[in-house]
Write a protein that binds this ligand. Structure first.
Ligand SMILES: [Zn+2]
Length: 241
């Protein structure tokens, strides 16, 4: 990334007080959380099914033991800490410049960094509910439970994570559309925007500046008035609030 791109991003941030950030897996990779969609091949030795099959609603119903073996092994990172991207976004919100973070990640790192308005399109590993009595359980309980975590009532505990074959939460979609359609600047970071319907939300943006920061090409590059091909944390770290 060149200084010219950073300067342009800085001036966009300087003149905006209604920024919305839309982020994906790339925001968390700098915290050591891999994008499991991009490393599919790694699991073939250890699991009989591709991740998309295991992390699906029907597989969870049929085979919760195998679901939880994969989920605990590959999708939970209790030691992960927020990185420079999470920290800067929290700073921008505290300064009144950023209105919402919309994320496809389920790791809770934005809240850990201090972000308050976070729309988690795919849910969160930090929220888990008994399917029978709806009692809440935290991440630690799920990790410490052997095999399939069970509630004190005997019901099975399900993570509040949107599995394949499941729809997004309607309130989350409405909130995301609200913030995107009102924003004057939309920064898309760390996502190739292939996951639908999340990708479709971008179409609601009518503001002045569309910024895309990603390591690889995205579907929105053509419409972006600023495209930075680099790690989101390294880019945002250079922006002054
Ligand atoms: Zn229960």
């Amino acid at each position: 990334m060149g200084m010219e791109e950073i300067n342009k991003l800085q001036s966009i941030v300087d003149e905006s007080d209604n920024i919305v950030f839309f982020g994906g897996a790339g925001v968390s990779t700098e915290s050591g959380i891999p994008d499991f969609r991009s490393v599919d091949g790694l699991y073939n030795q250890k699991y009989k099914y591709p991740p998309e099959t295991i992390i699906s609603h029907s597989f969870y119903r049929r085979n919760p033991e195998e679901f939880y073996r994969f989920y605990k092994d590959k999708m939970l990172f209790p030691e992960a800490k927020p990185n420079k991207a999470h920290m800067k976004l929290a700073e921008l919100e505290a300064a009144g410049k950023l209105k919402a973070v919309i994320t496809q990640n389920i790791d809770g790192l934005h809240q850990m960094a201090g972000s308050r308005r976070v729309i988690e399109l795919h849910g969160s590993v930090h929220r888990n509910y008994c399917e029978r009595c709806h009692k809440f359980y935290d991440l630690r309980y799920v990790i410490d439970a052997p095999g399939v975590p069970k509630c004190s009532c005997g019901g099975t505990i399900k993570p509040d994570v949107v599995l394949y074959e499941e729809g997004l939460n309607n309130q989350d979609i409405e909130d995301a559309i609200h913030y995107i359609s009102e924003a004057d600047t939309l920064i898309i970071g760390g996502t190739s925007l292939v996951v639908y319907p999340a990708a479709g939300l971008i179409r609601y943006f009518r503001g002045r500046h569309l910024v895309v920061i990603n390591m690889s090409p995205t579907q929105s590059d053509r419409e972006a008035d600023l495209l930075i091909t680099d790690k989101i944390g390294s880019v945002l770290d250079q922006i002054h609030v």
